[in-house]
Design a protein around this ligand. Structure first.
Ligand SMILES: *Cc1c(COP(=O)(O)O)cnc(C)c1O
Length: 361
């Protein structure tokens, strides 16, 4: 009755919500520590909260569908034109637009061995084939080999990568882009780029504007702290953006989301403070790993992935932590005996270390 290729899809398993822990384990919401979805533990800019409160009565009005002001803010921030920008309900929606314009049952996507789960889900929605590089690091030579042998329609570079936390060097990103045929679209998913410190790894949308087959994706959900508002963007050569607009529904973000993202764009200092807090707390996560002989990949994001070794089971540990009100992300579904933990506030992290230390054998 339905498209047969949809049978391949395992629905996306989102990080467990606080409400679930409250319901199932009777823990009060204020005592739940949620470190599972890479949200900003410092919340969002106070200016955003004020703006949403002041703007609440506009809930009855459709948003400005041109999203003029938000595009102006992004074009100032990145030095690109408004015509180079498309806004989505999260960058997830931009991924969906991209899939609409590139994929069908004869198409292929290429991705690294362990990366953002939505790439596969969108590919499967269109019956496309998924081609995977051998390594979970993004290795340029592996990508280039698969590009040559498989001729993929979309090539995903997730940098820094979720759920491993490592980033891809600029030179490797460009090596992959240069190897991509004109007909394949290279998607550079930069959901965590605000956390990257090293120039060798940092890319900006402007780097890719000259290419007619590369799109940069960014989001307000992570460093800007607006996960609940659902605002992301794609920035690319106009030839790409114009096509994506054909599949965008009108009013695809809400009036209050639009207002929130505009206001958040004016408070880059909030992002800087969040990144600085993250960096400081990351050192504690590295120290904890060393102390407990856990392997980890140095992270350029607001999360860290711990590999648990033979004695500990990631699903068991995540389940046991949840019973104590601490939510982390089990990576068993990625084929890893590992957990991904969002770097929280100092207090949240202390609680995590306490309960995790008790569980580790
Ligand atoms: C969080 C995330 C996104 C998208 O988040 P939205 O909330 O939809 O903007 C995209 N890619 C990666 C790798 C992410 O981790």
């Amino acid at each position: 009755m339905f498209n047969s290729y949809l049978e391949e899809i395992k629905t996306y398993e989102a990080g467990k919500p606080i409400e679930l822990v409250v319901r199932e384990f009777g823990i009060e919401a204020k005592d739940v520590v949620k470190l599972a979805s890479n949200e900003n533990p410092y919340g969002c800019s106070p200016r955003v909260i004020e703006a949403i409160q002041k703007g609440a009565s506009r809930a009855s009005l459709y948003p400005d569908d041109s999203m003029y002001e938000l595009k102006e803010a992004l074009s100032d921030r990145f030095g690109v034109g408004s015509e180079n920008i498309i806004i989505g309900a999260g960058s997830d929606q931009v991924l969906e637009f991209i899939s609409h314009v590139k994929l069908n049952q004869n198409a292929k996507i290429l991705r690294s061995a362990v990366t953002f789960a939505m790439y596969d889900i969108y590919a499967k929605q269109f019956g496309a084939k998924i081609v995977i590089t051998p390594s979970f690091k993004h290795k340029a030579d592996e990508f280039i080999e698969k590009i040559e042998s498989e001729n993929p329609d979309i090539i995903y570079i997730c940098t820094p990568n979720n759920p491993t936390g490592d980033a891809t060097k600029r030179e490797d990103i460009f090596a992959i882009i240069e190897a991509a045929p004109k007909e394949s679209l290279v998607v550079v998913d930069c959901a965590y780029m605000e956390y990257v410190e090293s120039d060798a790894y940092r890319v900006t949308p402007k780097d890719f504007l000259a290419y007619e087959n590369v799109i940069y994706l960014g989001t307000f959900s992570k460093a800007f702290g607006l996960g609940g508002m659902r605002v992301g963007y794609g920035i690319a050569n106009r030839s790409i953006i114009d096509v994506l607009y054909k599949v965008r529904p009108p009013f695809n973000i809400t009036t209050l989301s639009l207002l929130a993202a505009i206001e958040a764009s004016k408070d880059i200092d909030f992002v800087k403070r969040s990144v600085a807090g993250n960096r400081e707390e990351m050192l504690r996560y590295e120290a904890f790993a060393n102390e407990h002989a856990l392997e980890y990949i140095p992270s350029q994001t607001n999360f860290i992935t711990y590999f648990l070794g033979e004695k500990n089971n990631s699903s068991q540990i995540a389940a046991n932590l949840m019973k104590q009100g601490v939510i982390i992300r089990d990576l068993a579904s990625y084929g890893l005996n590992a957990v991904r933990i969002t770097i929280g506030t100092a207090e949240q992290n202390s609680r995590l270390f306490e309960v995790l230390a008790n569980e580790l054998v």
